[in-house]
Every structure is written in structure tokens, then in C-alpha cells.
Design a protein around this ligand. Structure first.
Ligand SMILES: [Ca+2]
Ligand SMILES: [Ca+2]
Ligand SMILES: [Ca+2]
Length: 215
């Protein structure tokens, strides 16, 4: 009987260990999503990606492409580990020029020199490290009349539209709006580097503004 109890205890400990291992080996929910873009502006086009999930995401091996949908077209590995709530930027401009034009601090990660460029009617594709589609946004005011045209004003996604690939859930930036938009040195309107609606605001960045949408 004593032997049986010990055996049973060992079984339950093994089950606990197995449960723990399964939990630690499960893939992390890599919730990096497209949160802002401008296809053309005085300070050139840009795309913002935000980690809207609750766990840090290592973007090593992640990639971007436009409507040609090619995995690996533009390497995003330089972003490295992206914290919950953190936003990172991809721009046609040089990193230094973009940072200066938008007065972004050195803590905001920017990959510059993008040559896979966005047009008026185009698509943004974000692929994770195994080439799975993490997010996609298909847009074009000529293809979908009434949708936004992000020329000199960026578009930012309303919280309900995150990850939905629905351009109708995006809003044009206007100085002082709920997304914290402002004007760049060149006169563009946008809010690159912050997504204030994330549930996980990064310390030092704008506080979350979710109340605006919940009220
Ligand atoms: Ca462009
Ligand atoms: Ca293109
Ligand atoms: Ca933003």
C-alpha cells in the first residue's frame, strides 16, 4: 500500500512536470500587428507595427512585403525583442532623417531605407519567423471608394480593427486626435512610434487612451 502511494505520488509529480513543460514549450502568442501607415508624405512613407499582445516578441526572422506577398522580402530582424505595447517603424526615409522629422527619441526602433514601397492602392504583409502571416492590410481608395487615402496624413487602426484587414476600420490622422497625432517637420500628420490603444503601454510612451473608445 505504501509502495502504491509512493508510486501514485511519483505519477502526479510527473504529470505536473509534463504540464509545466507543455506550457513552457507552447508557442508564444506573437501578436504584432499593423497599427499605422502612410503611403506617401513629405517625410516619406512609413509603416508602424505594434506588439498588442501580453508577451514580448522576438522579431528575429520576421519579414515584410507589399502586395507581392513574398515571405522574407524585407528582413525585420533588426527590431529584435519587442515588448508588449511597443511600436516599431519601417520607413522609406533614412532612419536618421525619419527620426529627426518626427522628433522621435533614440528608444524608438526604426528600420529605414525601405525600397519595397507602398502605392495608393497596395497591401501591407507582415510575416513571422516561420513565414506565417501575422497581419495583412489591403487598401486603396480607388479600389474601395470611401476608404481613406493616406497621403501626407497617416491612417491608424481603431482598436476593434486591429488584425482585421478592414481598411474601413482605419482613421486618417489629424493633429491632436485620440491617437496622439502631430505634425512632422515636413508637414505630415501622424503618430509614428506610439499606439496608445494598446492594453500594454510602454513606460515613457503615451498613456493608453482606450477610454475614448469604451465610453
Ligand atoms: Ca510610397
Ligand atoms: Ca508596392
Ligand atoms: Ca502610431
Amino acid at each position: 500500500m505504501k509502495l502504491f502511494r509512493r508510486f501514485r505520488r511519483q505519477i502526479s509529480i510527473s504529470a505536473l512536470v509534463l504540464t509545466f513543460l507543455a506550457a513552457t514549450e507552447a508557442p508564444s502568442p506573437a501578436q504584432v500587428r499593423i497599427t499605422e501607415f502612410m503611403y506617401q508624405g513629405a517625410n516619406q512613407e512609413f509603416i508602424e507595427f505594434t506588439n498588442v499582445g501580453g508577451a514580448a516578441v522576438d522579431m528575429s526572422g520576421w519579414s515584410y512585403d507589399d502586395d507581392s506577398r513574398t515571405i522574407g522580402a524585407v528582413n525585420l530582424s533588426a527590431y529584435g525583442l519587442v515588448l508588449p505595447g511597443q511600436s516599431v517603424l519601417l520607413t522609406e526615409s533614412s532612419e536618421a532623417d525619419f527620426r529627426a522629422a518626427w522628433s522621435l527619441s533614440s528608444s524608438v526602433r526604426i528600420i529605414g531605407g525601405l525600397t519595397t514601397n507602398l502605392g495608393r492602392n497596395d497591401e501591407i504583409n507582415l510575416f513571422d519567423a516561420v513565414g506565417a502571416l501575422a497581419d495583412r492590410l489591403t487598401y486603396g481608395d480607388q479600389n474601395l471608394p470611401g476608404s481613406i487615402r493616406t497621403q501626407t496624413r497617416s491612417g491608424w487602426v481603431m482598436p476593434a480593427g486591429v488584425g482585421q484587414n478592414n481598411i474601413l476600420m482605419w482613421t486618417l490622422a489629424a493633429s491632436g486626435d485620440a491617437s496622439g497625432s502631430r505634425v512632422s517637420a515636413g508637414g505630415d500628420s501622424g503618430n509614428p512610434g506610439v499606439y496608445p490603444f494598446s492594453s500594454f503601454p510602454v513606460p515613457g510612451q503615451q498613456p493608453r487612451n482606450r477610454a475614448v473608445w469604451l465610453s
